[in-house]
Design a protein around this ligand. Structure first.
Ligand SMILES: Cc1cc2nc3c(=O)[nH]c(=O)nc-3n(C[C@H](O)[C@H](O)[C@H](O)COP(=O)(O)OP(=O)(O)OC[C@H]3O[C@@H](n4cnc5c(N)ncnc54)[C@H](O)[C@@H]3O)c2cc1C
Length: 415
């Protein structure tokens, strides 16, 4: 399979790099051009808030593939060429340098960026957000013994940063506007387990607090709250979520709906242009409506699926979501979409490990959230992912019984 024009991918991140590889694996013999704007080989972001902040891994070790790989696969990788515009009529992308590149099919995998936190003082030196390698280096430089770090937002990234900071000897305060952590992502009990652990480690976690502004002149010295109190600090890390990078798609007139709106085969409103990863929203069979996911596994799975669809396979994307986060020696793994559940069933899988299964009103398994030691939850959460895909209806008593092998339920359901 080939054409005189290349397959062009905008966005040299997780999804872009994997999609380029998958195009080759699926038989595309023509040119592939992967365009990034970070000046680095495409890399994995999850370690940035974990092992990189803990000094256990360097940013260079996070590269998805080494340089030789792109050469061998005949993928033209250009990492310092922001794409400035898409000319749909001519089927070309315009680079910021003025150069234009024609495309046979175009994939937009421009990811997401930290949601701005617009309070007075947010531009002060010492106020950070974490998305890319330079951010991780800057934050890592702040995490010195005895320094006071304020983390805004008790989402996954905020909590991972808090964990790394406290392990590195910082005094950490987490400030969250909502009444609890991870409000939309996990059941309250999972969030409570995590927060208990943070508090045991000495993190001061505060809920239902509103940030009024950041104080300081030459650099940040505190976080002023709406009640007038000030949390003194030496640095701030803001983790209040991300927004999809849709500017290119929007300027090109593609449909937008909480990200670039794609159909079931990850194709945009232009049949020659696809989108995948954090940037796109797609109709999800499990929910019956359009969702957008911001997680590693989705970027990986959609990369493979979209590559096949760019080659004409037209397969509907229906993978059950899976997500993980690591904090201290605990892991959280989530399969499916737990908030779709109306009933929760708990399985104790170890002394400090539990899985919360979510069943919907019909009794079908729609999600599983495990918290604890990886070895005590990973297998069951993985099997739960398959059970969710089958819409398996399982007796709550069986789910709760740790002696009952989930795999056997899967086999029974498949028969
Ligand atoms: C610190 C951190 C920790 C994370 N931890 C976890 C975790 O534990 N578990 C989990 O499941 N997920 C985690 N994630 C989320 C996961 O990394 C993302 O879901 C994944 O990176 C999405 O891949 P993507 O390719 O869609 O986007 P990205 O990886 O963001 O890649 C998009 C790329 O496109 C580039 N780009 C944007 N616009 C242009 C343009 N105009 N021209 C050229 N290039 C452009 C961007 O600079 C970027 O390089 C984490 C993310 C971060 C930031």
């Amino acid at each position: 399979m080939s054409s005189p024009d290349p397959m062009v991918i905008v966005g040299g991140g997780q999804c872009g790099a994997r999609a380029a590889h998958a195009l080759r694996e699926n038989g595309w013999d023509g040119a592939i051009t992967l365009l990034g704007d970070e000046g680095l080989l495409p890399y994995e972001r999850p370690p940035l808030s974990k092992s990189v902040l803990l000094g256990q891994k360097t940013a260079a070790q996070c590269a998805i593939y080494d340089e030789a790989f792109y050469r061998e696969q005949r993928i033209e990788l250009r990492v310092d060429v922001p794409v400035a515009a898409i000319d749909r009529a001519q089927r070309k992308v315009a680079l910021a340098s003025g150069e234009a590149i024609s495309y046979h099919r175009l994939l937009i995998a421009t990811g997401a960026e930290p949601r701005p936190f617009d309070v007075p003082g947010s531009a002060l030196p010492g106020v950070h957000a974490l998305r890319a390698v330079p951010d991780a280096h800057a934050i890592s430089g702040e995490l010195r013994q005895g320094r006071r770090i304020a983390v805004i937002g008790a989402g996954f990234i905020g909590l991972e940063i808090a964990a790394a900071a406290v392990v590195r000897g910082c005094e950490v305060t987490v400030l969250e506007a909502a009444p609890r952590a991870l409000m939309r992502a996990v059941p309250e009990a999972v969030a409570a387990c995590l927060i208990d652990r943070h508090r045991q480690m000495g993190v001061d976690v505060r809920f239902s607090v509103q940030v009024d502004c950041f104080t300081g002149e030459a650099r940040v010295t505190g976080v002023k709250l709406a009640d007038g109190s000030v949390v003194p600090c030496d640095a701030v890390v803001v983790g209040v979520g991300v927004t999809p990078r849709i500017a290119l798609a929007q300027a090109a007139g593609l449909d937008i709906d909480n990200g670039i709106a794609v159909d079931g085969i990850l194709r945009t409103s232009d049949p020659h242009i696809y989108a995948a990863g954090d940037v796109c929203s797609f109709p999800h069979p499990q929910t019956g409506h359009r969702i957008r996911l911001e997680c590693w596994k989705n970027a990986e799975d959609q990369a493979r699926a979209v590559a096949r669809n760019m080659l004409g396979h037209d397969e509907v994307y229906s993978a059950v979501p899976w997500f993980w986060s690591d904090q201290y020696d605990m892991t959280i793994q989530i399969a499916g979409i737990p908030p779709l559940g109306t009933t929760t069933v708990v399985r104790e899988t170890g002394a400090a490990s539990q899985i919360f299964f979510a069943l919907d009103a019909d009794g079908a398994l729609v999600g599983a959230s495990g918290v604890g030691r990886a070895g005590e939850i990973a297998r069951d959460v993985r099997i739960a992912q398959s059970l969710v895909a089958q819409r398996a209806c399982i007796e709550p008593a069986l789910l709760a019984d740790r002696e009952m092998k989930l795999r056997s339920l899967l086999v029974a359901e498949a028969q």
